[in-house]
Ligand binder design. Structure first.
Ligand SMILES: [Zn+2]
Length: 181
């Protein structure tokens, strides 16, 4: 018997339902579910994060390949959410925010303590939450500064998580649910 955790209880909620901390269920299919987070870094009028998680306890992304069906449904969920985020960004003309004029979707994932479901975050890669990360070659080309002790560093804009207004949460969650059908 697996021990039920908070995410296990979230996975039992239906589409459009809210978790105790205000995230909304926007996707639920074939062993996977996704929530729209109630807070976002960057601009709360434009930015948002969708979190994709397995319904069952999977500590690490490497475990997905044990089941062909789970791997397949993960790929489909990941692709569909990325597409939905792109469509919302396109409606909000967010491709105009970078020099290349392209819509970029960011992903970030990590595994947490053994009892948990690992999470993949999918979000508009723009503004403050679209700053170059260590794995990007643009990071390497960032201007280097030096500390008093001579240690070099790269400047980043601070990112603070801000609550998304109810109307915006309602718009985003309904849009995501309809795009992810
Ligand atoms: Zn759980």
């Amino acid at each position: 018997m697996k021990k039920l955790c908070d995410l296990c209880s979230e996975s039992k909620l239906g589409l459009g339902e809210k978790t105790p901390y205000g995230a909304v269920i926007v996707y639920k299919k074939n062993g996977w579910f996704a929530t729209l987070s109630p807070k976002t870094g960057g601009n709360p009028e434009k930015d948002f994060t969708v979190q994709l998680m397995p319904v069952n306890h999977l500590n690490h992304i490497s475990e997905i390949s044990k089941s062909l069906n789970l791997a397949k449904s993960y790929g489909i969920a990941f692709s569909k959410i990325s597409k939905a985020v792109t469509e919302i960004m396109s409606l909000e003309s967010r491709g105009y925010e970078n020099d290349e004029g392209v819509i970029r979707v960011g992903t970030y994932g990590k595994s947490k303590h053994p009892e948990e479901h690992f999470h993949i975050k999918i979000f508009p890669w723009a503004g403050k939450i679209g700053q170059p990360y260590t794995v990007d070659s643009t990071f390497e080309h960032s201007v280097r500064y030096a500390d008093k002790d001579g240690k070099s560093f790269i400047k980043m804009e601070p990112v603070e998580k801000i609550i998304i207004k109810p109307e915006r949460m309602h718009y985003l969650s309904s849009k995501l649910i309809s795009l992810l059908k």
